[in-house]
Write a protein that binds this ligand. Structure first.
Ligand code: GDP
Length: 470
């Protein structure tokens, strides 16, 4: 997708399937004359016109509202026509195809995924972080994620970045000016308290980075694999963890029946849980394939819940499973069915007593044991809290915006360059041009977030992940 394309574009903007209303949207420069001829009447800016949608031969395809938004005061910044009709796939397709046929003369074509929002970005209706927030809002899977995406969309995150950027720019202006007068270089850092200013900017950046990391957790969640022998209660645990969220549990069809990813939420944090086929020795070829897939999932997990039956904690088959778990992945050993052995205390595994980052890895044995009952719910709160800590979520910390990996990386790069600049500032032979260069790099990394310095490749990648029609 060319970043500079201004061909008129069209797409069905509403979700595929049946709905009360379906919207076909067109964007392009100078669309008014075409839109009026399509609708067979004059269109007033931003007015809802109720009319029949007729094809070129005069047949009525649907009836509904036509809305015309003249650029630049539209979503894309170009002229936009919205046809709001009935939300059925066949009727929407007829309207779309008729528009395409009658738009051939003006070069109308189908929009690429995200192309409407990309135009909004290129026409400066949104910055890049806001444009990404549009997709994140659409994809938000919990109320918390939606609230945070909305905060990003309204520019809260961008405002923090702009404020930081402004402070770096001021420092850059001072240092660049001094570079032109070498005799002043020696006093520069002292005269303008450059080191103190730099420390203050870095401190603010650290705060933004902390919040962004929380926002990333909220967006990405945690990939959890439930592993264990058959019948230890993996499915029961999944249902119990889903708890009140069960209504929004979304099974994502796996490649086979034996691999199902479910998304549940704990405090609004998405957990992608892979319920694997029970691990055991088997002669059955089909089952063996399922089990091999389970091991492949385990290799990709961010955390492994190794579920065991509390009545047989020393089962040699579990020792065998432990031996095969990948090194380096946190493993929680969870003893289920404690109700059957009269243990309702779920005594071990109090998350408050286990510092983060000391989890056992596969192969090394389990350091952390939690006792639960998927049936009675005993121990589940401790397990939930433990999972949140592994995800890096600080309970009670409200993330005001949703962040992406890309944002966190850019903030980290900015921080790195600020620290290097600080190092140059504290050397006795202060090298002002190196100091200036690090500031420049810090500024550039920071501005990638809002899209001031962004390559076409990156833009293409970001917008191609949008849905069509957005
Ligand atoms: P999976 O094969 O590991 O997914 O195990 P299931 O979740 O299908 O459970 C196997 C059996 O154990 C079922 O009959 C469950 O009702 C039972 N079960 C699971 N969790 C518990 C528990 O905490 N307590 C008791 N008493 N039974 C449980």
């Amino acid at each position: 997708m060319s970043a500079l394309s201004t061909d008129p574009i069209i797409a069905i903007a509403t979700a595929p399937g049946r709905g009360g209303i379906g919207v076909v949207r067109v964007s392009g420069p100078d669309l008014l004359a075409w839109a009026q001829s399509l609708c067979g009447q004059a269109l007033r800016a931003r007015h809802a016109h109720y009319l029949p949608f007729r094809d070129g031969q005069g047949e009525v395809l649907d009836e509904g509202l036509a809305l015309f938004f003249p650029g630049p005061h539209s979503y894309t910044g170009e002229d936009v026509l919205e046809l709001q009709g009935h939300g059925g796939p066949a009727v929407l397709r007829r309207v779309l195809e008729d528009c395409l046929a009658r738009g051939a003369a003006i070069g109308l074509r189908l929009a690429q995924p995200g192309e409407f929002t990309q135009r909004a970005f290129l026409n400066e209706r949104l910055d890049l972080a806001q444009a990404e927030a549009v997709a994140d809002l659409i994809e938000a899977s919990s109320a918390a994620a939606a609230r945070s995406a909305m905060a990003s969309l309204s520019g809260v995150f961008s405002a923090e970045i702009d404020a930081l950027s402004e402070r770096i720019v001021q420092l850059r202006m001072l240092v660049e000016a001094t570079l032109d007068f070498p005799e002043e270089e020696i006093d520069f850092l002292e005269k303008y308290q450059a080191a103190d200013r730099l420390d203050a900017v870095t401190a603010t950046l650290d705060g933004v980075l902390r919040t962004a990391r929380q926002g990333l957790v909220l967006r990405e969640g945690l990939h959890v694999v439930l592993a264990g022998q058959p019948n230890v209660g993996k499915s029961s645990l999944l249902n119990a963890l889903a708890g009140e969220d069960v209504a929004i549990v979304t099974p994502i069809a796996g490649t086979t029946r034996d691999r199902v990813i479910q998304q549940i939420h704990i405090d609004g944090i998405p957990l992608h849980i892979v319920d694997t086929a029970g691990l055991r020795e088997t002669e059955d070829t089909v089952e063996r394939i399922g089990i091999e897939r389970s091991w492949a999932e385990i290799a990709r997990a961010q955390v492994i819940l190794h579920l065991q039956d509390a009545r047989h904690p020393d089962d040699p088959l579990d020792a065998e499973i432990v031996r095969r778990l990948p090194a380096g992945t946190p493993v929680l050993r969870v003893l289920n069915k404690v109700d059957l052995i009269g243990d309702h205390t779920a005594a071990l595994g109090d998350p408050a007593r286990v510092p983060a980052g000391v989890l056992a890895s596969g192969g090394a044995g389990h350091a952390e044991v939690l006792r639960i009952s998927a049936h009675t719910g005993a121990g589940l709160d401790a397990l939930r809290a433990r999972l949140l800590r592994i995800a890096g979520w600080t309970p009670g910390a409200e993330s005001p915006w949703l962040a992406r990996e890309r944002h966190v990386r850019a903030l980290e790069a900015t921080r790195e360059h600020l620290l290097l600049a600080r190092e140059h500032a504290s050397h006795s032979d202060q090298v002002l041009d190196l100091f200036a260069e690090e500031l420049r790099l810090a500024h550039e990394a920071l501005c990638e977030i809002t899209g001031q310095f962004t390559s076409d490749d990156l833009l293409g990648e970001i917008f191609s992940r949008f849905c069509i029609g957005k």
